[in-house]
Design a protein around this ligand. Structure first.
Ligand SMILES: Cc1ncc(C[n+]2csc(CCOP(=O)(O)OP(=O)(O)O)c2C)c(N)n1
Ligand SMILES: [Mg+2]
Length: 802
């Protein structure tokens, strides 16, 4: 009988202390929610909410983890609504301030969901969008394997990447995509602890789901550990008639169980006496408990029993990923425990007062870390000082910056597409073989070759923990791809799942912070499929992960490959996504400038760079390159420092307008030839038509917003690059913008100095054809530009293309 295990004396003391800490965590997390809702007047009459029931579900599991099981190198993603539990634990460990707790969900206070970037204590992974915080842990574990396979991270041992997840998170498809990917890469150091409260936001989830879940995980190489019954129940099951009780619980529908949990002892007794009337032994067990003890027994699920939890965690294998299915009760220990509508339930003043009295806390002592404990506070403080998790202090690591002096100097001639230029830059970096090449990791969801990463992979190899030669090569079979797999490899090949790409980029892009080793991640995908992974991209940016992503091919230029794949909205996504600087160059020399800058930008930290007006330039971020497979004749030119700056700031005059010009053509990306040809034809009967090359609508607009803000703040001299650029054009002139994407990505330029605008771009999609045919059809060819010029200037143009 498990319950009879002898507990050594010091272990008994430890457990007693942990029980007190568990009580404190429940109280502090509950009170911080209550305080934020009842004691703070935020002036808008709104309750800030706080999900007490969802939070309470994880109190015991998190107490066991943080105060006992975790080591400093372990990294945890805490489910969104358990944020108060996490911060309460940090408070007890002395890593969180009272002020922050009291300002829960307030401006500048502890965040609704744990946040790496906004919370002030030690959050490892942000969570919020359910499923993403879970899946990133597995990718982080793979990144940890990568870093160690290279012989790096000597000072920081391998840890477990842990997700404390809600059971409803398993409904998110991205979890299942990730599970398949992990299996391919031999995931090991990963724990998923499912808070199996059988409740989601709206209701109670279907019965017996755990059996399906267990099968799913086992099938994919995970060890499944059920933490189903607590020690009280285990002991009761071992008594005569106990097996009946176990059967009753196992067969009890979730809905009924939840209702009884909510109703309490008397209701349990009525139900059990009725259902087990013909089993006197079992009834005898029940009768040995008063109502309160009966409720305690019947709700003694594994996820609320410290001993059962510690046993499960400490007995878990270390050579495979582990999924713990921990049975819990949503709202355990609180008045609305088990109620199906409790998700957003808040306690009333009377209820929180009753809880305070129950926990032995006097009025005025609500925030005292150890008020109401039943073990000497000095013993608890002593225990807290020895908690393994806190032994290394701050766990936010740093990776030294990687020098870029080996970035290749390239010459570009003839016809070339930006996608080919991208492949060539990486190939040359690989060939140069310096520190830059060493730290780049590439990854792609099954489009490695078709996004031009092939040459890079040939030189640097595919990453795998186990080595495997390229069989085609061994047998002398011709193939341009040499795909040997080894721990030395630097390309991580993914299956087709764009969510996984962005989660992998998120994990790679946090390597410096999680493992103390900087990586320079570069991911590629077809541009339209950014939308497939968009929430994961947003999540990666929110965590401040650092990476470069190339979306290619893009827009109409993938022409015959299929109308369904034409990306229209991605330029706007690139502009609107916080933490992501986006570029769409037309020429390879521009792309090379941008890539060199990008490898620096993704390594920046706040306050390193001087330009205080453009906040993002100081603190850095990630970079998105929207590329194309359309070959363009490359200009022969020298990149002067001024041109370089223009390319990086977002635009430059390819042809300066005459001061009296009545028109300028503004283009972005692969439509450069049409814009230039139209400007040439227009010049026959219009004076000095200018051509403005936009390499980044995002950076131009961000710079403009930043300059306006600086002006608002009193810096009258603040001026954005785009103001300077358009300052060379008469106010009466018109702007004709053109891009292979949604037209509004450029039409805003009219707002900068009040120029009239006609914006050409793509508003509809879906037709296959040649680039010429599609540009004609959608109104981006030379004649369409000329017609638009005629319309906006109100007089005919002399030449058209026949
Ligand atoms: C992608 C996404 N969709 C919807 C939500 C809103 N939401 C927050 S929590 C939740 C259900 C949570 O259930 P579960 O994971 O079981 O957590 P519990 O509160 O039961 O512990 C939902 C739908 C969200 N945060 N993210
Ligand atoms: Mg749930």
């Amino acid at each position: 009988m498990e319950g009879a295990r002898m507990i050594p004396a010091d272990e008994a003391t430890n457990l007693a202390i942990l029980r007190e800490l568990e009580r404190k965590v429940l109280w502090i997390s509950s009170y911080m929610i209550h305080y934020a809702n009842h004691e703070v007047d935020r002036g808008d009459g709104l309750k800030v909410g706080g999900h007490q029931a969802s939070s309470a579900s994880l109190v015991t599991l998190m107490t066991a983890l943080y105060f006992r099981v975790l080591r400093p190198q372990d990294r945890v993603a805490v489910k969104p609504h358990a944020s108060p539990v996490f911060h309460a634990i940090q408070y007890l460990l002395g890593h969180q301030s009272l002020d922050q707790l009291q300002n829960f969900r307030g401006f500048g206070g502890t965040q609704s969901y744990p946040s790496r970037t906004k919370d002030k204590d030690d959050v490892d992974f942000s969570t919020g969008s359910v499923g993403l915080g879970v899946a990133v842990t597995g990718f982080a574990s793979l990144v940890q394997d990568y870093v160690h396979a290279k012989g790096w991270s000597k000072e920081w041992p391998k840890g477990r990447m842990i997700s404390l997840m809600g059971d409803a998170e398993l409904d998110e498809g991205n979890i299942h995509e990730a599970l398949l990917e992990y299996w391919k890469h031999g995931l090991k150091n990963c724990w998923w602890v499912i808070d199996y409260n059988r409740q989601s936001l709206d209701s109670v989830v279907s019965d017996r789901l755990f059996m399906k879940l267990a099968g799913l995980f086992e099938n994919l190489g995970w060890k499944v550990v059920l933490i189903k019954y607590g020690k009280l129940l285990q002991r009761a099951f071992a008594e005569p008639g106990g097996q009946r009780l176990k059967e009753w619980i196992d067969d009890c529908p979730n809905m009924l169980y939840s209702a009884l949990v909510f109703q309490g002892g008397a209701a349990w007794r009525r139900q059990l006496e009725q259902d087990l009337a013909i089993h006197p032994d079992t009834l005898a067990i029940l009768r040995r408990h008063d109502d309160e003890a009966l409720a305690q027994l019947m709700t003694n699920l594994g996820g609320h029993d410290l001993e059962a939890i510690i046993e499960a965690f400490e007995g878990a294998p270390s050579d495979q990923p582990v999924c713990f299915i921990a049975y819990t009760i949503k709202g355990f220990g609180l008045p609305f425990q088990g109620h199906k509508d409790n998700h957003a339930g808040l306690m009333t003043k009377a209820q929180i007062d009753a809880l305070r009295v129950r926990e032995g806390i006097n009025q005025g002592e609500e925030w005292d870390r150890l008020a109401g404990v039943r073990v000497a506070a000095s013993k608890i403080e002593d225990y807290l000082a020895r908690v393994p998790f806190r032994q290394k202090g701050a766990r936010r690591l740093q990776g030294p910056r990687i020098a870029l002096d080996t970035f290749p100097k390239l010459e570009w001639k003839g016809q070339l597409a930006t996608q080919s230029g991208f492949g060539r830059v990486l190939d040359e970096i690989a060939r140069a073989n310096g520190p830059l090449a060493e730290r780049i990791v590439t990854t792609s969801p099954d489009v490695t070759v078709s996004t031009n990463l092939g040459a890079w992979v040939n030189r640097r190899g595919l990453f795998s923990l186990a080595s495997q030669e390229d069989l085609f090569r061994e047998r002398g079979l011709m193939s341009p791809q040499r795909w040997a797999l080894s721990p030395k490899g630097q390309h991580i090949e993914l299956g087709i799942a764009e969510m996984n790409l962005f989660l992998m980029l998120a994990a790679l892009g946090l390597s410096h912070s999680l493992f103390g080793e900087r990586l320079l991640p570069v991911g590629t995908l077809y541009d339209p499929f950014i939308c497939r992974g968009l929430d994961a991209l947003n999540y990666a940016c929110y965590q401040d992960a650092r990476f470069i992503v190339a979306g290619t091919p893009s827009g109409l230029t993938l022409a015959p490959e299929g109308g369904a794949h034409q990306s229209i909205s991605t330029p706007l996504i690139g502009m609107a996504q916080d933490g992501l600087a986006s570029f769409e160059p037309a020429y390879a020399d521009e792309l090379a400038v941008i890539m060199e800058w990008a490898f620096d930008y993704i390594q920046r930290q706040a306050a390193e760079h001087g330009d205080h007006r453009w906040q993002r330039d100081e603190q850095g971020g990630s970079v998105y390159l929207r590329l194309s497979t359309r070959p363009l004749e490359q200009p022969t030119r020298t990149i002067t420092p001024e041109l370089r700056q223009g390319i990086i700031d977002g635009g430059y005059w390819l042809r300066r307008p005459d001061p009296a010009a009545e028109l300028a053509i503004v283009y972005c990306g692969a439509v450069a030839p049409e814009a230039i040809a139209a400007a040439g034809l227009l010049s026959e009967d219009r004076r000095g038509v200018g051509v403005l090359a936009v390499t980044s609508a995002d950076r131009l607009s961000a710079g403009w917003h930043a300059a306006q803000r600086a002006k608002d703040e009193g810096d009258r001299a603040a001026r954005a690059r785009v103001e300077d650029l358009l300052g060379g054009l008469s106010r009466d002139a018109a702007l004709l913008t053109v891009m292979d994407g949604y037209p509004e990505a450029l039409s805003w330029l009219g707002g900068v100095r009040g120029h009239r605008v006609r914006a050409l771009g793509v508003e509809h999609f879906g037709q296959s054809g040649s680039i010429g045919e599609l540009y004609g059809h959608y109104g981006l060819d030379v004649n369409a530009i000329l017609a638009a010029a005629e319309g906006i200037s109100g007089r005919p143009v002399r030449y058209r293309v026949q």
